[in-house]
Every structure is written in C-alpha cells, then in structure tokens.
Design a protein around this ligand. Structure first.
Ligand SMILES: NC(=O)c1ccc[n+]([C@@H]2O[C@H](COP(=O)([O-])OP(=O)(O)OC[C@H]3O[C@@H](n4cnc5c(N)ncnc54)[C@H](OP(=O)(O)O)[C@@H]3O)[C@@H](O)[C@H]2O)c1
Length: 252
C-alpha cells in the first residue's frame, strides 16, 4: 500500500513547475490525479508522463479566477475519478514586477491578487463543501517566502496576496478542523493543554516527522516530498501550519 493509494487528488497549476512535480509524486504514491492548468499541450505531457509510469491521471482545464469554470472542472473530476479527497491549491505566480509601490499598476495588483488569493479562495470554495459533507479531506495551499518576509524589492501585490493565503489557510483550518480531525491530541507533554491547544498549529508540528527549513530544500522535490505526507491520512493532526521551504532564509 502506498501512502495515497486510490485517493483522488486535484493539483491546480500542475501543467508545469512545482504543481507538475507534485502531481507526478502523488501519482507515484498511488493517487488518482487531476492534472490542472490552461495549456492543453503542457497538461497532456504531464498526464502522459504519469500514465507511462503506470499512474492514473486525467487532465482538466479551468481559469482559477472564474468560479463557474472551477465548478465545471470539479464536476468533471467527480464524474471521471470521484470526489476530490486531496486538494493542492498551487496555481498562481507573480504577475507584477518588483518595484516601488507607487510604480505598481492597478492591473498588476489585481492580476496578482486575483491569480493567487482569489484563485485559492474560489478553489477551496468549490471543493470544501463535499469534503465537509464526507467529513474527510486534505487541503494544501501554496504561499511564498515573499508573503513571509518583507523586502524593499518585493513584488508587493504578490507578497500581499500570498500573506492573505496564509491567514485564509489558518482561518480555514480553525473553521473546518472539527469536521475531520480528532478533537484531542494525546501525546506526552500535550495532555494538559486540552483540545484547543492540541489543535494549535505549532503543537501539531512537534512530532518526529517535523519539517524545518534545515530538513528540506527550496525546490520542487522539497515541496513534493513533504506534500505527499501532508496529503495523507498520517498528517491529519498537522493542520493550519505554514511551512517554510526556503533553505533557512525564512524562519518565522
Ligand atoms: N517557483 C518558485 O520558486 C516559487 C516560490 C514560492 C512560491 N511559489 C508558488 O508556487 C506555485 C507554483 O509556482 P511555479 O513556479 O511552479 O509556477 P509556474 O511554473 O509558473 O506554473 C504555474 C501554474 O499555475 C497555473 N496557473 C496560473 N494561473 C492560473 C489561472 N488563473 N488559472 C489556471 N491555472 C493557472 C499555470 O497553468 P497554465 O500555464 O497551464 O496556464 C501553471 O500550471 C505558485 O503559487 C507560486 O506562487 C513558487
């Protein structure tokens, strides 16, 4: 049995880059993967790579800033693979060059906020109700060190959007935890804290499989290796955390 055997996973923005690496790794671990993007040629290439390795994948299209397209994509996945059990809301990027705030265009601002924060919100808005109904599911969002660490040359719209994704993720974990997670963490040293403390993100990262910036690297493999753990049932107590994969550059 692999860690993700027969789980249905949607990895948004998996036509290339980090998302494609996550999709391939999930498939290697037994998941049935919906490979998502807008570039049909790139999507086909990722799907075919997975199928050549005897993995199961379908390709789906949607602009993640458009809720009706996301809903249509979800229905397609449900028809062809089943309900989404693992969501990696990875689609995004920086759509405005770094520079002084006053030189940032309104278009650049909207593109980065829509393409990252709004896209993540709309994706979760579509997938979450089914997970709540089934009382099971796993959602991983993708931020950036830009959203964690201020820098004078930071692309501000992108940094602000990614910081927004972090609090969205943590508020979401606080909202939906009771639907899927055990209510109390029984582990030496934590028993006295009670249910609320036990569910706190920082406590949830103190196990033997703890990820630190020293134990992983800022590359797709690092995201993916940990991603397969976080997407699995083994990680159901790891909730609402922000994990820096930045080689020690960001340690908040
Ligand atoms: N690369 C890094 O060093 C780094 C560092 C920190 C955080 N990140 C974050 O990690 C994630 C992936 O980054 P990456 O470097 O792998 O990006 P990438 O190579 O540019 O790929 C971006 C992916 O997202 C999809 N996408 C973007 N906007 C979309 C939209 N509106 N609708 C549908 N699909 C959309 C693209 O699909 P199509 O091309 O098919 O349209 C593509 O599959 C992003 O959220 C990024 O902000 C990256």
């Amino acid at each position: 049995m692999s860690r993700l055997d027969n789980k249905v996973a949607l990895v948004t923005g998996s036509s290339r880059g980090i998302g494609a690496a996550i999709a391939r790794l999930f498939a290697e671990n037994g998941a049935k993967v919906a490979v998502h993007g807008r570039d049909v040629t790139a999507l086909s290439a990722v799907r075919e790579t997975i199928e050549r390795s005897r993995g199961r994948a379908i390709q789906v299209l949607a602009d993640m800033t458009k809720f009706d397209e996301i809903e249509a994509m979800r229905h397609q996945i449900e028809r062809e693979l089943g309900p989404v059990e693992i969501l990696v809301a990875n689609a995004g990027g920086s759509y405005s060059p770094p520079g002084p705030l006053e030189a940032t265009t309104e278009e650049g601002w909207h593109a980065s906020v829509e393409g990252n924060l709004t896209a993540t919100f709309l994706t979760i808005k579509s997938i979450l109700p089914g997970m709540k109904e089934r009382k099971a599911g796993n959602i991983i969002t993708i931020s950036s060190s830009a959203g964690r660490r201020p820098h004078p040359r930071s692309p501000i719209p992108y940094a602000a959007a990614k910081a927004g994704i972090e609090i969205l993720t943590q508020d979401l974990a606080a909202q939906v935890g009771p639907y899927g997670n055990p209510r109390e963490l029984h582990r030496p040293g934590n028993d006295s804290h009670g249910p609320q403390q036990g569910a706190h993100p920082r406590n949830a990262t103190t196990g033997p499989d703890r990820c630190t910036p020293d134990s992983t690297t800022r590359n797709a493999r690092g995201y993916c290796t940990r991603g397969s753990l976080f997407a699995s049932d083994e990680a159901r107590w790891i909730t609402g955390i922000v994990l820096d994969v930045a080689g020690g550059a960001t340690m908040v």
